[in-house]
Ligand binder design. Structure first.
Ligand SMILES: Cc1cc2nc3c(=O)[nH]c(=O)nc-3n(C[C@H](O)[C@H](O)[C@H](O)COP(=O)(O)OP(=O)(O)OC[C@H]3O[C@@H](n4cnc5c(N)ncnc54)[C@H](O)[C@@H]3O)c2cc1C
Ligand code: FES
Length: 268
């Protein structure tokens, strides 16, 4: 582990230097991480890749909620941590098709969006950079302390709408209310693409908006995970019969996701 810094009221950003060098990692993929052997639970926990540095370092944005995240947050510089990955399937390749991309994040659900924005803005040899005007992040939390690294997202130069349930910062309300407000004020065209990650009730509300307005929608799911590699069946999610995974009643979040098209799997 190279460094650790606090983020928000109960989070940390861990920067780690893997033993091997990775090329460009797809945004939305995840790693299983485990901290100190004595204090960590035996099973590593899943975390989205937050940022990938030019030096090869990888960053993870972690909300401390239990023993696994607590042990990671207590890691010391120089200490080794267990890291398995990259795993899973990330966000779809972002092309500029004239429809703005609205990312809706709730709390720690912002983690898989930073790298997606970074990559979209940078482009690749095969794919031109996306115009920052086509990207918008609506980022909600119960209060300002739960908008992790909000200033880092704002520094990317895209439009960011912070919103809080208690009105302590930004728009007073939730991300769906903020989205509807943008439409009411004609700040967004009616045709947009939606990507979302956060608490399931929030994602369900976003999916409902997408269904009502017939919009493309993708979400990143946070299920419990045992192995992270498709063996234990601990991360099963119900598929939608009509979707591209519908030939089997369940999919595995760790290998078929964690990013899914909303039409492919059911949110519980
Ligand atoms: C693909 C993926 C990516 C993730 N990315 C991130 C990330 O970037 N940053 C981050 O902070 N967290 C992320 N998570 C969630 C993270 O894995 C959990 O917070 C972590 O496993 C909790 O471990 P713990 O030992 O600290 O707490 P635990 O003791 O395992 O859990 C503490 C409490 O939280 C509840 N809980 C734990 N996990 C979940 C869950 N998935 N759904 C509902 N309740 C839960 C438990 O029931 C318990 O009550 C991700 C999860 C997945 C599947
Ligand atoms: S976590 Fe084991 S199969 Fe998905």
């Amino acid at each position: 582990m190279v460094s650790i810094r606090p983020s928000g009221s109960d989070g940390v950003v861990l920067t780690v230097r893997p033993f091997m060098t990775f090329g460009r990692l797809d945004a939305g993929r995840f790693f299983m991480l485990r901290g100190d052997e004595e204090s960590s639970p035996a099973i590593p926990r899943p975390f989205s890749l937050y940022r990938q540095g030019d030096s090869g370092n990888l960053e993870f944005l972690i909300k401390v909620i239990g023993p696994g995240t607590e042990a990671l947050a207590q890691s010391r510089v120089g200490e080794e941590i267990v890291m398995i990955g990259p795993l899973g399937r990330g966000w779809p390749e972002l092309t500029q098709d004239g429809k703005p991309l609205i990312m809706l994040a709730g709390g720690i659900g912002s983690a898989p969006f930073y790298i997606a924005l970074q990559q979209a803005l940078a482009g690749t040899d095969q794919r031109p950079a996306v115009d920052p005007g086509q990207l918008h992040l609506i980022y909600g939390g119960r209060n300002k302390g739960l908008l992790y690294d909000i200033e880092k997202f704002e520094e990317l130069g895209i439009a960011v709408t912070p919103c809080t349930d208690d009105g302590s910062f930004g728009f007073h309300g939730n991300v769906v209310q903020a989205l509807e407000d943008h439409w009411r004020q004609s700040r967004f065209p009616s045709e947009v693409r939606l990507w979302t990650c956060g608490p399931e009730p929030m994602m369900r509300a976003v999916v409902k908006v997408a269904e009502d307005r017939d919009l493309q929608c993708w979400f990143s799911l946070e299920t419990y995970m045992g192995c992270g590699v498709g063996i234990c069946n601990g991360c099963a999610v119900l598929t939608c019969k009509e979707g591209s995974l519908g030939s089997w009643p369940v999919a595995k979040c760790c290998v078929d996701g964690p990013v899914f098209a909303a039409r492919d799997v059911q949110l519980t």
